[in-house]
Design a binder for this molecule. Structure first.
Ligand SMILES: CC(C)(COP(=O)(O)OP(=O)(O)OC[C@H]1O[C@@H](n2cnc3c(N)ncnc32)[C@H](O)[C@@H]1OP(=O)(O)O)[C@@H](O)C(=O)NCCC(=O)NCCS
Length: 179
């Protein structure tokens, strides 16, 4: 995976009805550690990273790169959205395409925040890279992620085995305005 390699970064914070999407800041460090060390968050993602390692290695300002959005609710980080370029993706249908990932703190699940934030991030992407399809890979056993992908308009390309589990590859085609 590589970053999106776009010049238009960082954007102005993106405001939705309840949330703000913005670049990581120093005040997000603890929430990043909580997110990356959470075993609940990483059930379908190959397991969490050790908290001590994160405490040691996480920079003072969590890494900033084009396509990494912190999702903020009432002034505090609740999740991260990752839009990357899927360079070298193991599935040819996804290789080189824009790729969506999302991680939210468990206390923020079940409120529609992930949907609201991802929809805004996809709108932003459609503005900076018009006409680009977006891919998304998730374990098919990850029911919440599969539901979110469907709500966002991703449709199945294929299922494949990797990392000891069935993976689902979805794609969201750009909306072409009808003439
Ligand atoms: C995947 C993940 C982001 C989904 O989070 P989520 O909160 O379930 O997703 P949504 O934002 O779509 O919220 C949906 C739920 O909010 C409920 N909801 C409550 N209020 C709502 C509102 N105002 N608007 C919309 N939905 C609302 C919906 O009914 C739905 O609940 P349901 O699934 O029980 O029907 C979350 O489970 C997560 O972070 N998992 C760990 C990381 C991961 O596995 N990522 C996938 C790798 S790409």
């Amino acid at each position: 995976m590589e970053d999106l390699g776009i010049a238009a970064w960082p954007p102005e914070p993106i405001r939705t009805e309840r949330l703000v999407l913005r670049e990581p800041e120093a005040r997000d460090r603890a929430a990043f550690i909580e997110l990356l060390a959470s075993s609940e968050v990483h059930i379908y993602l190959g397991g969490p990273r050790p908290r001590e390692e994160l405490e040691r290695e996480m920079p003072e300002v969590p890494e900033r790169w084009p396509g990494s959005f912190v999702v903020e609710l009432d002034g505090a980080m609740i999740g991260q959205i990752l839009l990357r370029r899927a360079t070298g993706h193991r599935r040819p249908a996804a290789a080189g395409k824009a790729d969506l990932g999302y991680l939210f703190l468990p206390r923020a699940w079940g409120c529609g925040y992930a949907f609201e934030a991802c929809a805004a991030a996809l709108d932003w992407l459609a503005g900076v890279l018009p006409g680009e399809p977006v891919v998304l890979a998730t374990q098919s056993a990850n029911v919440a992620s599969m539901r979110l992908a469907a709500k966002l308009g991703f449709t199945e390309v294929e299922r494949f085995e990797a990392w000891g589990a069935e993976q689902w590859l979805g794609m969201r085609s750009p909306v072409t305005p009808s003439s």
